[in-house]
Write a protein that binds this ligand. Structure first.
Ligand code: ATP
Length: 246
C-alpha cells in the first residue's frame, strides 16, 4: 500500500496520532494484528470495520485505557473522547453537564461558564443552557455530549460510534451538522464506525479494517470534490469497493 503520508505535500504535516504496529489478544483470542494508523493535524480520519473487529479496542489503547501486547502509540496533544452511549447527568443543566470536565479540573464555575457559553451557538444549543437533558431531543443530547467532549479538549477528539444510537433521520442531520461544525473548529478527529456512508461523508481518509484478527486492509483518501452528493455514482463505486474488503 502506498501510504498517503509518503506524499510530499503531507510529509511535513504534524502527526497528532501515530499508531505503529499494535497487536492485542485477550487470552488465546487474537483481536488486533499489527495495526498502523496515522492522523495528521486537522485531519478527520475514520476507522471502518465490521462489528466486533476490535475498533473500540483500538480506541481504548489510543486513549490509554488499555495496554497493547505489541507496537506503540504516540499522541501529540491533548485527547478527549466520546462514546456512543456517553451519558449526560440527568440532574444537571446542559451548561453544567458541558462544563463538568473543567469544573472537575478545579476551574472556577463563573470563568468556566464564560468560556463555554459562546460555543452553545456554534453547537446549535443556544437557548438550551439551563435546560435539563430530558428536555432535549436525542440529536440535541448528542450535540451536548459532543460539546462536552470538545470543551474537554478540542485538540484531538476520539469519537466511538457517536451517532450509532440515533434514528436514521437524526443521524443524517447530525452528520451534516458535524461537517458544518468542523468548518468552524480546527480539531483533529478520529472516528470509529461500522457505517460506510458515515465514513465516506465525514472523513478525509478511511482505514478499512478486517474481521478479527484485524488488520488494515486498505486506506482511502476521500476527496470531497470527487465524492459528494452530486456525484453519487462515485460514492456507489467506492462503497462497493469497501464492501468487497469487509
Ligand atoms: N476485556 C475483554 N476480554 C475479552 N474479550 C474482549 C474484551 N474486550 C473486548 N473483547 C472482544 O474483543 C473483540 C473486539 O471488541 P471491540 O469492542 O473492540 O469491537 P468493535 O469493533 O468495537 O465492536 P462493535 O462494533 O460491536 O462495537 C470482541 O470479540 C470482544 O468480544
Amino acid at each position: 500500500m502506498n501510504s498517503y503520508h509518503n506524499n510530499k505535500l503531507e510529509k511535513n504535516r504534524l502527526k497528532k496520532i501515530s499508531i505503529e504496529g499494535i497487536s492485542k489478544s485477550y487470552g488465546e483470542v487474537e483481536i488486533l494484528k499489527s495495526i498502523s494508523i496515522d492522523v495528521l493535524e486537522g485531519e478527520f480520519v475514520a476507522i471502518l470495520g465490521p462489528s466486533g473487529c476490535g475498533k473500540s479496542t483500538i480506541f481504548n489503547i489510543v486513549a490509554d485505557l488499555e495496554d497493547c501486547n505489541d507496537g506503540k502509540v504516540d499522541i501529540n496533544g491533548k485527547l478527549s473522547y466520546m462514546y456512543q452511549k456517553d451519558l449526560l447527568l440527568p440532574y444537571k443543566t446542559i451548561i453544567d453537564n458541558v462544563s463538568l470536565p473543567m469544573i472537575l479540573n478545579k476551574e472556577k464555575k463563573n470563568k468556566v461558564y464564560e468560556k463555554v457559553k459562546p460555543y452553545f451557538e456554534t453547537f446549535g444549543l443556544s437557548g438550551y443552557e439551563n435546560k435539563y437533558p430530558n428536555e432535549l431531543s436525542g440529536g440535541m443530547k448528542q450535540r451536548a455530549n459532543f460539546l462536552r467532549t470538545f470543551i474537554n479538549s478540542n485538540d484531538i477528539m476520539l469519537l466511538d460510534e457517536p451517532f450509532g444510537a440515533l434514528d436514521s433521520i437524526t443521524k443524517d442531520s447530525m452528520q451534516r451538522w458535524l461537517l458544518d461544525v468542523r468548518k468552524k473548529v480546527n480539531s483533529t478527529i478520529l472516528l470509529i464506525t461500522h457505517d460506510i456512508d458515515e465514513a465516506i461523508m465525514l472523513a478525509d481518509r478511511i482505514y478499512v479494517i478486517s474481521k478479527k484478527p484485524s488488520v488494515v486492509k486498505e486506506e482511502f483518501v476521500i476527496d470531497k470534490f470527487y465524492y459528494n452528493e452530486d456525484k453519487l455514482e462515485n460514492i456507489v463505486k467506492l462503497k462497493k469497493e469497501i464492501l468487497n474488503l469487509l
